[in-house]
Design a protein around this ligand. Structure first.
Ligand code: HPA
Ligand code: ZN
Length: 325
């Protein structure tokens, strides 16, 4: 079998996917029309041409602008349905998807509208054989009070939310800023994850572990700069949700040929491959596997290990994991 079909054929879990980042330009235009929302683009080609980023913030500015077209529950359902269709084509069997409620509630969209739409897309996907869980992300460029208020809004939905996460602008917004809301989420029995070490220093990864008590680490690239930290992550078998095409597009790596994915595996880290914001970064999960496998010359054994790690690192029960591996 050729490498492409080997990769597509592997059963996978996706553990780092921002649902708002799966908004393809075609759907953005359709929703802008349906909801009579103005967008600063003349055409789909115009949108794609704007997707050239020199850092995380560059991307976030355009990602938050795109999300403005999402207004009704059916918009969130259509967004989720479109993602699950792409994921199923890549043989994704389970997805743990991030959503950013503050991006929506701050422009007057009720929290419940977001939840109802996403849950409806997830229920439809489950019928088609793809299971999923939701992870509520707090926007770290906003203050902790705002995160606590969002967590309060989520209260009645906690049986439908698997965990909390932390995303948006990393530099200047260390995990320590969110220690209280993460403690509250832990008290409520939720899993905890956080983006750390994408642009931020190893110290932010230490904080995510020690202050936020994360169950999984999102990105974690810069942990590789700190040998003691690598040792800690390996000892704890902490899952890292690595996103190769995101790393390339946001200039976290200069070139995929310099991507640390195999160095992570060789250091004994529980790395996984994920798409982050596939509509913006040029590829869904299988394309992330393919691109980094070719650039780094990964063996089939390494590729299969990455796919296995995605189930091991998921928030499925041990019995559910065993059924996938
Ligand atoms: N990093 C931080 N925040 C994000 C990202 C990311 O890669 N994608 C969507 N929000
Ligand atoms: Zn992300």
């Amino acid at each position: 079998k050729d490498l492409d079909s080997f990769i597509t054929g592997l059963p996978k879990a996706e553990l780092h996917l921002h649902i708002e980042g799966s908004l393809e330009p075609e759907l953005m235009f359709a929703l802008a029309r349906r909801n009579k929302v103005d967008i600063p683009f003349a055409s789909v080609e115009d949108v794609r041409a704007a997707y050239q980023f020199s850092n995380l913030q560059d991307f976030l500015d355009i990602y938050y602008a795109g999300a403005q077209v999402l207004r009704e529950a059916e918009d969130f359902r259509d967004l989720a349905s479109a993602y699950f269709a792409r994921a199923a084509a890549d043989n994704v069997r389970h997805a743990e998807i991030f959503f950013d409620p503050q991006t929506h509630t701050d422009r007057g969209i009720p929290f419940d509208v977001v939840m109802e739409g996403l849950l409806s897309g997830m229920a439809e996907a489950e019928q088609a054989g793809v299971t999923s869980k939701l992870i509520l992300c707090f926007l770290r460029h906003l203050d902790e009070e705002a995160a606590l208020a969002t967590f309060k809004q989520a209260e009645k939905w906690l049986d439908r939310i698997a965990g909390v996460g932390l995303d948006s602008s990393e530099m200047g917004h260390p995990p320590a800023k969110f220690a209280r809301v993460f403690a509250a989420a832990g008290e409520a029995g939720l899993k905890r994850v956080a983006h750390a070490g994408e642009e931020g220093p190893p110290a932010y990864v230490w904080e995510a572990l020690d202050l936020l008590k994360v169950d999984r680490l999102d990105h974690g690239n810069r942990a590789m700069e700190d040998a003691a930290l690598v040792q800690r992550l390996a000892e704890e078998q902490m899952t890292l949700t690595v996103c190769p095409l995101s790393n390339l597009k946001l200039c976290v790596v200069k070139d995929l040929a310099q991507h640390p994915i195999d160095a992570m595996l060789e250091a004994g880290l529980a790395a996984t491959i994920n798409s982050d914001d596939p509509a913006y970064f040029g590829g869904y999960v299988a394309e992330n596997y393919r691109a980094v496998a070719k650039a780094r010359g990964l063996s089939r054994g390494q590729i299969a290990q990455l796919a296995r790690n995605s189930f091991t690192g998921s928030f499925l029960s041990e019995a559910e994991k065993a059924a996938h591996i």
